[in-house]
Design a binder for this molecule. Structure first.
Ligand code: SAH
Length: 294
C-alpha cells in the first residue's frame, strides 16, 4: 500500500473514532491520533511557543518524584509527548518536560486508554481533554506560566492541567483549579497526590476549589494566566476582571460552533481577543444543567 493511501486510511479510522465518541467527548478540529500511529500527519497550527531548554531545579525534583522514569506507564506517557512533538503540537521544551513529568495515566479513569490522543469521559457529563488540546493550551499559555506567576484553571475536571500549571509556575507561584462538581474536586485531588505535583499540593502552591468557575476565584486574583476548560456562551466578565494586565486567557466560546479564543490584557488594561481554532468542549454552565443534560 502506498504511504499516501495508508495516511488516508488512518485519517478515516480516526475520523470514525472521533465521531463515535460523541456525547461526552471534547473535540477540536484536529483529528485524534494514537501515539503508535506514525503515519498520521495532520498538522496542528499552534504558533506561540518558545523553546526553553533547561529545566528548573523544582522541575528536576518533580521528574524524579515517584520514580516516574522507571515505570512502563512513564514510557508510554513519554511516547505520547514525543508523538505530539513530532506533529508539531508541542514545540516548547518546557511544555514537553511538564507533560512528561505529569503522567496522564494517573488522571484518566480505569479502563480508559490514557495515552490515546482523544478526549475521554470522566463522569458527570464531563471529559478529560485530548492530549493535543492540553498541549496546545500549554503552548499558548507558556509565557504566562513562568516561575512565580499565578494561574487559574476553570473547570479543572481531572486536575491534569492544573497539575501541569503548578509545575510550570513552581512552588513560588500559584496554580488554582476551580471545579463545580465536588466529586471531581475530590478525585482530582487524589490524582494530583499520586503525581509529580503532589509536593505543591502539600506546600499550598497548588489548590483545587469547589465553586462556580464563571465567577473565577477572586481571592487570588489577578492571574497571569487563565485557562477555561469548558465552553462559555460569552467570555465571563469576572474572568476578564481577574486577568492581570499583561496576562492571557484561553477560553472556548460558543455553543454549537465554538472557537478557542485567546484573550490578551495589555499593560494599559485594554483587551484584545483572537480566534485560535475551532473546538468542541462541554459547556461552562450551572451544575444542575450539566448533571441533567442527558
Ligand atoms: N481541563 C479538564 C476539563 C474537564 S471538562 C480536564 O481536562 O480534565 C470541563 C469541566 O468543566 C468539567 O469537569 C465540568 O464539571 C467543569 N465545569 C463546567 N461548568 C463549570 C462551572 N460553571 N464552574 C466550574 N466548573 C465547571
Amino acid at each position: 500500500m502506498s504511504k499516501r493511501r495508508a495516511v488516508l486510511l488512518l485519517r478515516e479510522r480516526f475520523r470514525s473514532s472521533f465521531f463515535a465518541h460523541h456525547r461526552d467527548r471534547r473535540t477540536s478540529i484536529h483529528r485524534p491520533r494514537a501515539v503508535d500511529s506514525p503515519h498520521c500527519s495532520s498538522a496542528a497550527t499552534y504558533s506561540s511557543s518558545r523553546s526553553r531548554a533547561s529545566p528548573r531545579p523544582a522541575m528536576e525534583a518533580a521528574l524524579a518524584h515517584n520514580g516516574l522514569w522507571s515505570s512502563g506507564a512513564s514510557e508510554k506517557n513519554k511516547a505520547m509527548v514525543e508523538q505530539l512533538q513530532r506533529y508539531g503540537v508541542i514545540k516548547s521544551a518546557k511544555v514537553a518536560e511538564v507533560m512528561e513529568a505529569i503522567d496522564r495515566g494517573l488522571f484518566v479513569p480505569p479502563g480508559a486508554s490514557p495515552y490515546f490522543d482523544s478526549p475521554m469521559a470522566i463522569g458527570y457529563n464531563a471529559t478529560i481533554s485530548a492530549p493535543h488540546m492540553h498541549a496546545a493550551c500549554l503552548e499558548l499559555l507558556e509565557d504566562h506560566l513562568q516561575p512565580g506567576m499565578r494561574a487559574l484553571d476553570v473547570g479543572s475536571g481531572t486536575g491534569y492541567l492544573t497539575a501541569c500549571f503548578a509545575l510550570m509556575v513552581g512552588p513560588e507561584g500559584r496554580a488554582v483549579g476551580v471545579e463545580h462538581i465536588p466529586e471531581l474536586v475530590a478525585s482530582s485531588t487524589e490524582n494530583i497526590k499520586k503525581s509529580a505535583a503532589d509536593p505543591q499540593l502539600k506546600d499550598g502552591s497548588l489548590s483545587i476549589h469547589i465553586a462556580d468557575g464563571r465567577e473565577g476565584w477572586p481571592e487570588l486574583a489577578p492571574y497571569d494566566c487563565i485557562h477555561v476548560g469548558a465552553a462559555a456562551p460569552q467570555i465571563p466578565e469576572a474572568l476578564i476582571e481577574q486577568l492581570k494586565p499583561g496576562g492571557r486567557m484561553v477560553i472556548p466560546v460558543g455553543t454549537v460552533f465554538q472557537e478557542l479564543k485567546v484573550v490578551d490584557k495589555k499593560l494599559d488594561g485594554t483587551v484584545s481577543v483572537r480566534d485560535e481554532t475551532s473546538v468542541r468542549y462541554v459547556p461552562l454552565t450551572s451544575k444542575d444543567a450539566q448533571l441533567h443534560s442527558n
